[in-house]
Design a protein around this ligand. Sequence first.
Ligand SMILES: Cc1cc2nc3c(=O)[nH]c(=O)nc-3n(C[C@H](O)[C@H](O)[C@H](O)COP(=O)(O)OP(=O)(O)OC[C@H]3O[C@@H](n4cnc5c(N)ncnc54)[C@H](O)[C@@H]3O)c2cc1C
Length: 423
Amino acid sequence: MFDYLIVGAGYAGSVLAERLASQTGKKVLICDRRNHIGGNAYDHYNDDGMLVHKYGPHIFHTNSFEVFQYLSQFTKWRPYEHRVRADLDGKLLPIPINRDTVNRLYGLNLQTDEECAAFYDSVAEKLEKIRTSEDVVVSKVGRELYEKFFRGYTRRHWGLDPSELDASVAGRIPARTNTDDRYFADTYQFMPLHGYTRMFERMLDHPNITIVLNTDYRDLLSFVPFKQMIYTGPVDEFFDYRYGKLPYLTLEFKHETHDRPVYQPAPVVNYPVERVPYDRITEFKYLTGQEHPKTSIVYEYPHPHVDGDPYYPIPRPENTELYRKYKALADATPGMYFVGRLATYQYYNMDQVTAQALAMFKRIVTGQTATVAGATTMATPPPRRVVRPAMPWERDAAITAVGANGGASAGGATAAGAGTGGR
Ligand SMILES: Cc1cc2nc3c(=O)[nH]c(=O)nc-3n(C[C@H](O)[C@H](O)[C@H](O)COP(=O)(O)OP(=O)(O)OC[C@H]3O[C@@H](n4cnc5c(N)ncnc54)[C@H](O)[C@@H]3O)c2cc1C
């Protein structure tokens, strides 16, 4: 009998599998319906022998020493500071907007942070209340920069105007007064030296861990005995979409290899103009440091509001409200832990999911009762009738060893807070 069935072999599932197996001697079965481990961070060598990220570029960055130290057990690192350019009227300009962006766009010669701050101040719109993404940006850098850099990109990416999106979405995009053109400002900015998949392989390489791929967990429920389940898939799917689907943005990735050493002058070029059908082009060599006579790139085409792989939760108040209903169901489900980006309907970076899983591990071993990672303090909800696939211990009276960890969210469990925003 397995102590845990872990659904999903991405960061959330793999970190918990590794911790439970290596630190508590538990026997773990980890399954994924994809044909690989690593979740969305999966990378592989393509037919031309180039290391590419199947689900779009993944750049590791964190402010958390604990997360960095933890992952360092499974990989060596390559220092890498990410840089992005926006293609605007043929000019490739630094993004996030900084002093160079402003100088080059307007032919100015702003020399200091103060001069640049004064420029933003002169164009910023004074608003009484900041509610939407549009408000955030126009109140910071004015309407013209908003329209040039943000409006079209956001409309294409989310299928929504920035005026319809939570302030938190644009809150992720700083405007700088200095000339720092790094995309992230975190303390630790590295890429796994031999790629993410190699790191996951080492994480899951433990005699107490069994990996099953190409398998939906529902196909295992009837014949694999286990005591508790950790679920990192979409929470609405787990409850058979009882309250309707949680909306996600999905992406289509178009990979290409070109017969030349370099394709573009920056790791990522964003396309802010709405009529361009893709968000950005990434050239992997910059990220991986691989030397090769050819080069591989990926285009990202966003598809809001259509069925496909769930990538980005769409941050609107009604979606948060819908998630709350699913979270209440999750909180009321005994013998289950919900963790990771899909199970908690949150945009989390890799470091944040790692921190969330490490925090969940601590709660599991100390016997605390929060079943949803990142649960905030709330009163004990009344018992609910739960509609979901029947668990083995409910169908099979012989399997009874379910931990007493169900029920309400525990107070004091906090969301993982490592890293900065941005993807
Ligand atoms: C395009 C893109 C770019 C990103 N770039 C960055 C970046 O640069 N930096 C960064 O830090 N983060 C980035 N992220 C975020 C990063 O991908 C996530 O933080 C991380 O992968 C989340 O890990 P997870 O384990 O929560 O989820 P996932 O990686 O999604 O893993 C969940 C797994 O569960 C499996 N699963 C679901 N349901 C079932 C089921 N019923 N049965 C079996 N298996 C199931 C899925 O197949 C999946 O493999 C990016 C995300 C996207 C989409």
